[in-house]
Ligand binder design. Structure first.
Ligand code: BCA
Length: 141
């Protein structure tokens, strides 16, 4: 399965007073990964999609396993795989690893919406084409 990855560093701002990642921060990190994937993995402009094009990509379902802690200063890799493409929705698998150690695993469904009406709409044709191409392509490390 095609995979998009980005290395990142766990920062002070991700951590609680115990010096480990506060769990919602993983969702912020993963949302950044989705932005990078749209921009760099799919070759589209995420800001233009949400801004002038008024296409939202809200999350409707998310399930996460936290397997191991991350600490301030850790070098980790965030990874994304595209599991499913629907009419207006798609499902991603997102993970955070340190070397071979899996720390967090998420399955997340996003829906294309019209940001004026906030109703679901079919995936825009360029997003759909780029996702199909990604699914059939090589890794984007
Ligand atoms: C997105 C919605 C308008 C969709 O409304 P629905 O009435 O469910 O529409 P539909 O029944 O037509 O379903 C649309 C699709 O979603 C799928 N769907 C809907 N609910 C679910 C759930 N719970 N699980 C899986 N799939 C779902 C459904 O199967 C349809 O899939 P397709 O067959 O591929 O079309 C509505 O569910 C909603 O407004 N939900 C709240 C979303 C929200 O507030 N999310 C959290 C914050 S938003 C956010 O963080 C964000 C980040 C980035 C952005 O760009 C925008 C927003």
């Amino acid at each position: 399965m095609a995979r998009f990855e980005r290395p990142t560093t766990i920062r002070f701002s991700h951590c609680d007073p115990a010096g480990i990642v506060f769990f919602p921060q993983y969702f912020v990190l993963f949302n950044g990964l989705v932005e990078d994937w749209v921009n760099e993995g799919l070759g589209l402009d995420y800001a233009a999609l949400l801004g002038p094009r008024r296409v939202g990509l809200p999350t409707v379902q998310i399930e996460t396993e936290f397997r191991a802690i991350s600490r301030h200063g850790d070098a980790v890799t965030l990874g994304l795989e595209l599991l499913r493409i629907g009419r207006s929705s798609f499902t991603l698998q997102l993970d955070c690893r340190a070397g071979a150690q899996l720390r967090v695993l998420t399955r997340q469904t996003l829906v294309s919406t019209d940001l004026d009406t906030h109703r679901a709409q079919a995936l825009p044709s360029d997003l759909l084409a780029a996702m199909n191409q990604f699914q059939n392509g090589a890794d984007h490390a």
